[in-house]
Design a protein around this ligand. Structure first.
Ligand code: FRU
Length: 493
């Protein structure tokens, strides 16, 4: 791939060619962020799954490397999703003194055949570029649906912890280990919330509650198929506590990671300094990922987001906690195209060509009556030059709803959902909604209320048309108080 093909995202990570899915082994090591990902190095559809590899110094630009873990043969076993840690103290005993402590990277991944899925270990002595498989599994339950180990160092108990999915039983098993090889089950969590068909790609990690010293644990489950939105792939999470052995949720509310259709299998990085919790997902959906019209690659990974927990008051609910997503700082790519601080009811702005677009609109209700007969809506449409294709972001103040509509965006098929919507938080005393969106050729990431609500939507304008213009219009009673649009230059060119 040359990274300038039609529909090719310019600020999102995509493989140069062929099919990719889940991010794997996300880790910060030796001043570099490593992203591995599910990749079929041979074809533009799922199949020969292995770990593709890229590194970044700034979480914005990516350097591509050869696959880091590959199957033994064309027939497998395939290298499914998993995670990576640094075994500084050589607890596993797989290293010798010639490997510098900071280079002792260990990957725990699922070895997958039709007969069974086991958790296996591979180690790298060159800082994560190539791995050697340790023969045989570290966990074998003789199960065909047992996968996606996330391993991390649990400081308070000086031990390794793994959370892994017993996919079709809707259960996550938590294990502990002193050496990454011998694992003991400590608890199970599951059969709650959104079940769907299978649970995949779990994660378990602490996150700070904004404005306090409090820390809570978040447990992520990716559900496929049968997710709440659109019936395909979707991610939900629980908030609670972890005592080193078991996770206890504070409630059984089903919280969704994203209200769009294209955010799946997201997990967080290990070893990030300053207790930052960085997350990355796969911006596609198993329902149609093999059909989307991109060549010679398929699927983007999301931008990297920092996660925090924030207190919110959803309509008709009491105060609760939700994850906030803050996208990585893109200012090194940005140049200002338009900024208005005069309240406006409508406008139209042309995009400069090539790169991507990052805009923020501050919307406000001006009429004091929130029960006005009108819908009090605000619509932002991103369209092709000829106006033939468009995708719409909308906010309905009266109903406290945000939505994305890709029904007029071009390519679709029978299962490619059009409208994704969610209830949003609008403070009682301040009827304001901030919408930020990053529009990247065929990827849209929308952050509502500073990332309390996230929507990731893939869209494919016909014949490689590019997003060329944005228009916004507000119903009576709503204004765009301020608006800012920046052009983002390509990370690839
Ligand atoms: C999730 C998933 C994982 C599996 C991988 C295979 O998208 O199905 O459960 O490990 O993809 O590519």
């Amino acid at each position: 791939g040359t990274y300038n093909e039609p529909l090719r995202p310019q600020v999102h990570y995509t493989p140069s060619e062929n099919f990719s899915n889940d991010p794997n082994g996300l880790i910060y090591a030796n001043n570099l962020y490593h992203v591995y990902h599910q990749w079929n190095a041979h074809e533009n559809k799922p199949g020969y799954q292995n770990w593709g590899h890229a590194t970044s110094e700034d979480l914005v630009h990516w350097k591509l490397h050869p696959p880091a873990i590959t199957p033994d043969s064309e027939e497998g076993p395939f290298i499914f999703s998993g995670s990576a840690v640094i075994d500084v103290n050589n607890t596993s005993g797989v290293f010798n003194d010639t490997t510098a402590p900071e280079n002792r990277m260990v990957a725990l991944y699922t070895s997958a055949t039709d007969e069974k899925q086991t958790q296996n270990l591979a180690y790298s002595t060159d800082g994560g570029y190539s791995y050697t498989k340790r023969p045989g599994p570290v966990i074998d339950l003789n199960n065909t649906q047992f996968r996606d180990p996330k391993v991390f160092w649990y400081e308070a108990g000086s031990k390794w912890v793994m959370i892994v999915s017993l996919a079709s039983q809707h259960e996550m098993i938590i294990y502990e280990s002193a050496n990454l090889i011998d694992w003991t089950e400590t608890s199970r969590f599951g059969n709650v919330g959104q079940l769907g068909y299978e649970y995949e790609c779990p994660d378990l990690f602490p996150v700070k509650v904004e404005g306090s010293d409090e820390e809570k644990w978040v447990l992520i489950t990716s559900v496929n198929p049968g997710a709440i939105r659109g019936g395909g792939s979707g991610t939900s999470y629980f908030i609670g506590d972890f005592d080193g052995k078991a996770f206890t949720p504070m409630d059984l509310t089903v919280r969704e990671m994203d209200f769009g259709f294209d955010n799946y299998a997201g997990v967080t990085f290990n070893n990030v300094p300053d207790e930052k919790r960085l997350w990355m997902g796969w911006n596609s959906n198993w329902l149609y990922t093999g059909q989307v019209p991109t060549e010679p690659w398929r699927s983007a990974l999301s931008l990297i987001h920092e996660l925090s927990l924030t207190k919110v008051n959803l309509t008709h609910q009491q105060e609760t906690l939700m994850l906030r997503h803050t996208p990585v700082d893109l200012s090194s790519l940005a140049s200002l195209v338009k900024q208005t601080t005069t309240p406006m009811s409508s406008d139209s702005i042309d995009f400069p060509s090539d790169g991507a677009i990052d805009f923020t609109a501050d919307l406000a209700m001006t009429s004091s009556s929130s029960d006005s007969a009108s819908k009090s809506a605000s619509r932002i449409t991103i369209e092709s030059e000829d106006g033939q294709n468009s995708i719409e972001i909308g906010v309905q103040f009266a109903d406290h709803i945000a939505y994305i509509n890709r029904g007029n965006a071009g390519w679709s098929n029978a299962v490619f959902g059009n409208v994704a919507a969610t209830s949003i938080t609008i403070p009682e005393d301040e009827q304001k909604v901030r919408v930020r969106a990053i529009v990247d050729h065929s990827q849209l990431e929308v952050f509502v209320q500073d990332g309390i609500h996230l929507a990731s939507m893939a869209f494919f304008f016909e014949d490689g048309r590019v997003p060329a213009r944005l228009r916004y219009t507000n119903d009576e009673g709503v204004v765009t108080e301020s608006f800012k649009l920046e052009a983002l230059k390509s990370i690839w060119q």
